[in-house]
Design a protein around this ligand. Structure first.
Ligand SMILES: CC(C)(COP(=O)(O)OP(=O)(O)OC[C@H]1O[C@@H](n2cnc3c(N)ncnc32)[C@H](O)[C@@H]1OP(=O)(O)O)[C@@H](O)C(=O)NCCC(=O)NCCS
Length: 379
């Protein structure tokens, strides 16, 4: 390979595939995010997670009848096989819930005799099953590790509401249920983010859907991606009071450390539209529940902008939302996965339908043509 090839580190700005699932653009100095052509602000205001998942999977908004049928199907698929519950009880209680989720999804794959059927109908069925079961996996593991009885899915409750019910053992109020519902909508897809790309790479080898979702789940966990949400709440806890925020930020920047929940590959100098919605949500919950996290977060955001010119990303205010909902810190990333599963599966299906193996090249920069010396002569 010629040495003058241009390498885009981190594949920045590289268009790696075509998609009709979501669009991220900067238009007239403002960021735009659309799912299947629908603006994220409208979806956050008017849609539900179930409707948004339908939109991502099928490409169109459902009719009332279609949505009802889809909601019922998801409810019917919420229960976990006994073997998965067995797995959740056997995993060490200190296992990170993202590792639990990854392992349980892999186990679900081992139990699906039709896992290698990649036609559209089978793929949609697997997608629905994963969307329905992921909340149950997360909630059940949390109940098991904290020595509490399992709270089984309640078919009278919607997707977000039922998750909070299974997690905490009581039906959430309307504000809490809607807050999580909106959060899941906002996390449902985001073009070719790292975990979705990982899922599409796996899909391009014609790996089964569970394998692709395991690849995505592992990728989401990293602190530069979904892992940032957990790091944000850890940071807010460490700061503890709003007046210490600026000092904390300055120290971090002096040490050249990254401040979690800030910066984005695409939204460089423009606000991520999801952050706008999540900030509004966090502000509303702060007024109604607990204002502490939002107050510290606002001071951190001011200081990071003042001293580094960086804007908060999707993980920053979602951490405040989850904290106000009383969700344990290490469930923040699994909840991101709970939303993103709709986008992952839609992208996996899109990749299967129009597939070409994703196999880029690397510029070799190591030594060449070295003479092999047998071990006995190497001393
Ligand atoms: C998201 C992220 C990985 C994007 O990275 P990227 O596109 O590769 O951006 P770069 O690493 O090129 O950063 C550009 C500059 O901003 C700085 N920067 C970016 N994010 C930063 C952060 N969170 N804290 C401090 N500085 C940051 C870099 O140090 C670099 O500064 P320099 O030019 O003075 O060296 C990065 O912003 C980050 O690490 N954020 C924190 C983790 C996070 O919140 N992830 C969730 C993303 S939704």
């Amino acid at each position: 390979m010629k040495m003058n090839v241009e390498i885009k580190e981190g594949l920045e700005g590289i268009i790696a595939c075509k998609t009709s699932i979501s669009r991220v653009d900067i238009e007239d100095g403002k960021a735009v995010l659309e799912y299947r052509g629908y603006n994220i602000h409208d979806l956050a205001r008017y849609s539900t997670y179930e409707e948004t998942a339908y939109l991502l999977l099928f490409g169109e908004l459902p009719t009332k009848k279609e949505l009802k049928a889809f909601e019922e199907e998801l409810k019917d698929l919420r229960d976990l096989p006994a073997q998965i519950i067995g797995l959740l009880t056997h995993l060490p209680p200190f296992t990170h819930p993202m590792v639990v989720l990854r392992t349980a999804i892999s186990y679900l794959g081992s139990m699906d005799k039709e896992k290698h059927f990649m036609d559209y109908e089978h793929s949609i069925q697997k997608a629905k099953s994963l969307i329905a079961k992921i909340p149950t996996i997360i909630a059940y593991f949390h109940r098991i590790r904290t020595g509490q009885n399992l709270v089984h899915p309640n078919p009278d409750l919607g997707h977000a509401e039922n998750f909070l019910y299974m997690l905490k053992g009581e039906v959430p109020d309307r504000i809490e249920a809607r807050a999580l519902d909106v959060d899941l909508i906002l996390h449902a897809d985001h073009e070719l983010n790292a975990s979705t790309f990982a899922a599409r790479i796996a899909a391009s080898t014609l790996a089964d859907m569970y394998a692709c979702v395991v690849a995505a789940t592992g990728t989401l966990m990293g602190p530069l991606h979904g892992g940032a949400a957990q790091k944000v709440i850890e940071m807010l806890r460490e700061i503890a009071v709003p007046w210490r925020a600026e000092e904390y930020v300055l120290k971090k920047l002096e040490r050249k450390e990254r401040i979690m929940g800030f910066g984005h590959r695409i939204y460089r100098n423009v606000m991520d539209p999801r952050t706008i919605e999540l900030r509004n949500l966090a502000k509303k919950l702060a007024k109604m529940k607990d204002s502490k996290w939002f107050e510290i977060a606002e001071e951190v955001a001011k200081a990071v902008y003042k001293h580094k010119g960086l804007l908060p990303n999707v993980d920053f205010y979602s951490a405040c939302v989850y904290a106000c909902l009383g969700i344990p810190d290490d469930l923040f990333i699994p909840i991101f996965a709970m939303g993103r599963i709709a986008g992952w599966t839609a992208h996996i299906i899109e990749q299967y339908v129009n597939n070409r193996l994703i196999r880029p090249r690397a510029l070799y920069i190591g030594e060449k043509g070295k003479k092999y010396i047998p071990l006995r002569e190497r001393g």
